[in-house]
Design a protein around this ligand. Structure first.
Ligand code: EPZ
Length: 420
């Protein structure tokens, strides 16, 4: 196991390059199931989740190799139509193979991500949509068993604009017979990127970028190459790292249009920005003003930036309320931040942050990807040294986070630990 050892108090200064979007490549890799052949993806981040998806595809007979930001996939030899629990339990995105397998081969056996179909990690929208497209869905022994002779286009309305359900159903509909309309579809940039990639493969999709997707099924698709869009959540996290340390940080290879809500709230908190094309510079002097946020689907304030905002508001000179509306319980970072001296009260799905309290280094433990990012941000402003355990959570979604922060002047080191 590894841990981060961080000594707080350093102002971050300099430039950092944002990596490719985890949630875009994790959706496109399963899309290679839809057409046999060789695919080349560029600007692919070197992340644990990409390795996990690679291993899942390899176990299905697909060649997948990541080399220095380029991912080669060859889906000529698909031999297995299963996504076993060992992969899906590690990464919910493994569930994305369901739609492509059913659509192309008429069969799939995919482990439920965790819990049952209806909770606590529900996939009911995925399954209801596939049933509407004509798949027979059974659940046996923690697995979804899907079968069909041929998916038939239909109208699907999503009760929740689920990112995963939109991606899975989009990949199912592109080879269905006839027209499918997905209404209340997710419009996150990663879904838009997936739709554009599918069109490159020969799919016929109208309404890309809107919450009404119309898919005209085709008989077959062909491989394509793709350049992965920048990771908007890494971008937002790095901007807050610059601001929380009262530094001056420029992030490069980003898309400012993908993080307008985060930039707007940071401006409200007193941050100054220079924004041009694919670069953003943030400057901050003194503590941020207390600013309330409520998470929402895109283009609202992203749930994946909620924990980072809690950390940022620890530095503020007042009281702020952070409300989570996407997930029922996404506050595992709060008790760990309290170990650093943070004063935070929970009221249902709202964290009330009493900013300005002195934070002191301590040993804390990550329990999920974005919550762990909040612990890093807290450690950057805590007095003394903080140790963050279980940083494999961070390695799932941030490429070389310690190296990038060190290059900006942070005192952060990765060390081995015997902690299990
Ligand atoms: C994607 O997860 C992202 N993961 C998550 O990012 C992100 O937090 C989430 O979208 C919301 O933006 C990937 O893209 C790999 P959802 P996903 O389906 O698709 C409920 C990160 O940090 N729901 O939009 O699983 C669900 O319980 C990760 O990079 C149902 O009720 O999210 C949740 O409350 C974390 N039934 C809400 O919808 C369903 O069938 C949003 O989930 C599906 C979802």
């Amino acid at each position: 196991m590894e841990k981060f050892v961080i000594t707080g108090g350093k102002k971050l200064k300099g430039k950092v390059r944002i990596s490719g979007a985890k949630n875009a490549i994790l959706a496109m890799m399963p899309a290679t199931i839809l057409a046999s052949g060789v695919y080349r993806f560029q600007n692919v981040p070197n992340l644990r989740d990409v390795w996990t998806m690679s291993r899942l595809l390899i176990d299905m007979g697909i060649y997948s190799e990541l080399n220095d930001g380029e991912l080669f996939v060859n889906s000529h030899e698909i031999k297995s139509f299963e996504a076993p629990y060992e992969h899906v339990k590690k990464m919910r995105a493994s569930f994305y193979v369901l739609g492509p397998l059913v659509s192309r081969f008429g069969k799939a056996k995919v482990s439920l991500p965790g819990g049952c179909a209806w909770g606590p990690r529900p996939v009911d929208l995925h399954l209801k949509g596939l049933e509407k497209l004509g798949a027979d869905i059974d659940i046996e022994g923690g697995y979804v068993i899907a079968k069909t002779n041929k998916l038939i286009g239909t109208r699907i309305h999503l009760d929740i604009p689920s990112v995963g359900a939109t991606g899975n159903l989009l990949m199912a509909a592109v080879l269905a017979k006839g027209t499918t309309v997905i209404s209340n579809a997710a419009i996150e940039p990663e879904i838009t990127a997936l739709a554009k990639f599918l069109v490159k493969m020969g799919a016929r999709i109208d309404g890309i970028g809107t919450n009404m997707l119309e898919i005209e099924g085709v008989d077959d698709l062909h491989p394509a190459n793709e350049l992965i869009i920048p990771d908007r959540i890494e971008a937002g996290t790095m901007l807050i790292a610059g601001a929380i340390t009262e530094g001056n940080v420029t992030i490069e290879n980003c898309n400012p249009y993908h993080i307008t809500a985060v930039i707007s709230k940071m401006e409200e908190a007193g941050c100054e920005f220079d924004i041009c094309e694919n670069k953003i510079t943030v400057r901050m002097e003194g503590p941020p003003k207390p600013v309330d946020i409520t998470t929402a689907v895109y283009p609202g304030f992203p749930t994946d930036m909620q924990s980072q905002w809690v950390a940022f508001m620890l530095k503020s000179n007042g009281v702020s309320k952070i409300t989570e509306t996407i997930y029922p319980d996404r506050f595992k970072h709060v008790p760990e931040l309290q170990r650093l001296g943070a004063q935070i009260e929970m009221s249902e799905n709202t964290a009330i942050v009493y900013g300005g309290k002195k934070l002191s280094g301590a040993t804390v433990m990550g329990s999920d990807l974005r919550g762990s990012a909040a612990l890093v941000l807290g450690a950057l402003i805590a007095e003394g040294t903080t140790e963050i355990l279980r940083i494999y959570h961070l390695d799932r979604g941030y490429e070389s986070l310690d190296k990038k922060l060190r290059e900006l002047g942070a005192e952060i080191w990765r060390e081995q630990t015997e902690e299990y």
